[in-house]
Design a protein around this ligand. Structure first.
Ligand code: NAD
Length: 310
């Protein structure tokens, strides 16, 4: 058996695979993703390929996986994998569902509290001897506000639980999680229609996959229906929010803040799209990536690959 790992995987999980399949049969290079020729050569006779979100499992690479039986995904979104083509070749795709949900949920609650208070970005001013106390004395508390979730799967549900613990009301839209699903009762979230969630949220957070129906979901028209002063958080995928429309809404003062972790093109190319936007947090696709989540995600995928192949 040969296992190829093309992006970062936690050491203990790589060692687990080495112990199972023999060290020589586990080919791990966290930079394979940036060396397509070498990756293609290594993948040609592998039984399992393990990727994060950058390796594109389609086209030439998919053709090369003639012998493989499983693709392990160190994360959740599958937009970098041609799942239908994999299934057609009996190549099983296994995501690490749930393993990084807590990291994302904490990112959402952390940024929601920070952005509503709008008072934590004063370090440079305070250190320089300015004292912007009056300007920062009108931040808003989080308890009593309404969190809206678009997408109520593993991350949406966990975020709802954390939000309830800090006193938020939670409303959510998900066409698949029906009224009878116990998740509504378990989390205390209220099921609503998409437009109502967008209109009634003080903090709106997206937890949907990137598929045709979610592309450009938060376009200028829908952003315009958000409450004055509302906060928008996107940890789902780039392309679900229209960044230029979001930036315009922040600059005009219609929205009160935003946290954006994912972009259509990553790394985000230098540009002035977000120039001059107040109360904006941009992060490099790390919402689901914490020390603990790395361990959980990697060990879940190592276990799954071993189960499939042994
Ligand atoms: P999940 O599959 O458990 O839940 C996704 C939910 O979205 C499902 O319940 C589905 O019914 C719902 N959905 C699908 N289309 C929808 C639509 N048009 N409108 C509303 N709901 C819709 O996935 P998850 O683990 O909760 O992850 C959600 C997404 O978050 C992933 O697809 C991934 O893209 C992203 N993610 C990002 C990071 C990060 O580091 N930024 C980490 C993990 C996941």
């Amino acid at each position: 058996m040969k296992i190829v790992i093309s992006e970062f995987m936690d050491d203990a999980a790589v060692d687990q695979l080495r112990a199972q399949f023999g060290a020589a049969n586990v080919v791990y290079d966290a930079a394979f993703v940036d060396k397509p020729e070498q990756l293609l050569a290594a993948a040609a006779d592998c039984d399992a390929l393990i990727v994060r979100n950058r390796t594109q499992v389609r086209g030439e690479l998919l053709e090369a996986l003639a012998k493989a039986r499983v693709v392990g995904r160190l994360g959740v979104g599958l937009d970098n994998i041609d799942v239908a083509a994999c299934e057609a070749r009996n190549l099983k795709v296994i995501p690490a569902t749930g393993a990084n949900a807590l990291a994302v949920a904490e990112y959402v609650i952390g940024t929601a509290m920070m952005l509503r208070r709008a008072s934590y970005l004063s370090t440079a001013a305070v250190a320089a001897g300015k004292w912007p106390r009056a300007a920062l004395s009108n931040g808003r508390e989080t308890a009593g506000s309404t969190l809206g979730l678009i997408g109520f799967g593993s991350i949406g549900q966990l975020t709802a639980q954390l939000a309830r613990a800090v006193g938020m009301t939670v409303i959510a839209y998900d066409p698949v999680i029906t009224d009878s699903n116990p998740a509504w009762m378990d989390t205390g979230a209220i099921r609503m229609a998409l437009d109502d969630v967008i209109r009634d949220s003080d903090v709106l957070s997206l937890h949907v996959p990137l598929v045709d129906s979610t592309k450009n979901l938060m376009n200028a028209e829908r952003i315009a229906t958000m409450k004055n002063g509302a906060i928008l958080i996107n940890t789902a995928r780039g392309g679900i929010v229209d960044d230029a429309a979001l930036a315009a809404a922040l600059r005009s003062g219609h929205l009160g803040g935003a946290a954006i972790d994912v972009f259509t093109q990553e790394p985000l190319p230098a540009s002035d799209v977000f120039a001059g936007c107040p109360n904006l947090v941009l992060t490099p696709h790390i919402a689901g990536v914490s020390a603990e989540a790395n361990v959980r995600v990697s060990s879940m995928i190592a276990d799954a690959v071993i189960r499939e192949l042994v």
